[in-house]
Write a protein that binds this ligand. Structure first.
Ligand code: SAH
Length: 360
């Protein structure tokens, strides 16, 4: 008697097999641009887990304290009132667990602002967490799908740092695009083809060998599309992230796993890959579309201007047993040696809208 062999095990459902898939693709078609590697790694990373919080890989401002989302809600409500209380949409890009929006809505509703909520989020896992926090939200994969019949107030906290970057590396006399090659399952950065010197900003062309310049075409495209929307339909966007004023020399690609820095070229899809945000380039992109740009200002100064100190005192008075924790959370968000100056806030506003609070 012959026994039928068991059917072959179907490939894993996408979970955990990204290194194999990337390795196969690179072996067959050659090294890929860093931007493609980062996009694939982060799509897998965010699709397969909730990375936030002390048990996860990293913690963000809205997860540190409810004060963060509440103050942003008050920021939005103040702007909305000064704009004449039009019907608006609330939009968040990359909302994580939905905590910021849930806290903001609570604060906004106290002054009568209860806008429909639209989330731009690609991860099914995080969409489920967001649904638990804000059940009536509407989800979109892309900002192009947002409705366009009202002004929007949009927020993006630690969103742009997760978007893919290109890196250009000075090698000999030329600048080359950084590619990712693969040997067995080991990924490694290599220098690809020369790029024309004209794409390198003049002041940086003579940088020493080994210098790296980063650009994020995906971020610029989103900044422009969002600014176009603000110009066409009104509203404002608030971007909060860590970053610098570029273009500049510097390799900021980093991987974080369990609150520790890790090698970005190991285990793609299991670590959060980020890069510092080039605020000056994003500002220029929004400005090209005609939006007014305010900031960036340090997160500490921004939250202080919005009233984090009286808010922390009020919270401590109403829950004295948590007073110490509230003071520690406040310090973590605003102190210079914590998130206060590393993180910065920038606003883009339609020309006929008022200047947002925190930038006056
Ligand atoms: N804003 C949240 C989460 C930051 S993590 C917070 O501050 O806690 C980055 C978020 O952006 C996640 O929700 C992630 O799934 C989402 N994201 C990353 N790349 C994206 C993309 N290309 N399009 C839409 N969302 C994306």
């Amino acid at each position: 008697m012959t026994s039928t062999p068991p059917p072959p095990t179907p490939p894993a459902s996408g979970r955990g097999d990204l290194p194999d898939r990337l390795a196969r693709a690179i072996t067959m078609a050659g090294p890929i641009p860093l931007s493609q590697y980062m996009a694939a790694a982060n799509a897998e990373y965010y699709a397969t887990r909730d990375p936030l919080g002390s048990a996860g890989d990293f913690t963000t401002a809205p997860e540190i304290s409810q004060m963060f989302g509440e103050l942003i809600g008050l920021w939005a409500a103040d702007l909305w009132q000064r704009a004449g209380e039009p019907d608006i949409y609330w939009v968040e890009l990359g909302p994580g667990r939905g905590t910021l929006t849930a806290d903001a809505i609570r604060a906004m509703s106290r002054v009568g602002l209860d806008p429909p909520v639209h989330f731009v989020e690609t991860s099914p896992t995080l969409r489920a967490s967001q649904r638990a926090a804000v059940p009536y939200a509407t989800w979109h994969d892309d900002i192009a799908q947002l409705p366009d019949d009202r002004p929007v107030i949009a927020v993006a906290n630690e969103f742009f740092d997760a978007l893919p970057i290109r890196q250009l590396v000075k090698a000999g006399d030329a600048w080359r695009e950084r590619l990712v090659a693969c040997q067995d399952l080991l990924f490694l950065p290599i220098a690809g083809k020369d790029v024309p010197a004209s794409v390198i900003p003049e002041g940086l062309r003579d940088a020493p060998v080994g210098s790296v310049i980063e650009t994020s075409p995906a971020s610029v495209a989103i900044a422009r599309a969002l600014a176009q929307r603000l110009m066409a339909h009104g509203g404002a966007a608030l971007v909060i992230d860590y970053g610098y004023d570029g273009p500049a020399i510097g390799d900021t690609l980093q991987a974080v796993s369990s609150h520790q820095f890790a090698n970005p070229f190991e285990e793609p899809g299991s670590r959060d890959l980020t890069a510092h945000v080039d605020f000056a380039t994003l500002a220029a992109a929004a400005g090209v579309e005609g939006a007014r740009v305010d900031g960036p200002v340090g997160q500490g100064a921004f939250l202080t201007a919005l009233g984090i100190d009286p808010r922390a005192e009020a919270l401590a008075r109403s829950t004295p047993e948590r007073a110490e924790q509230i003071a520690a959370d406040r310090a973590r968000l605003v102190d210079d040696d914590q998130m206060g100056t590393l993180f910065r806030a920038m606003a883009w506003t339609a020309r006929d809208w008022p200047i947002p609070a925190g930038f006056l």
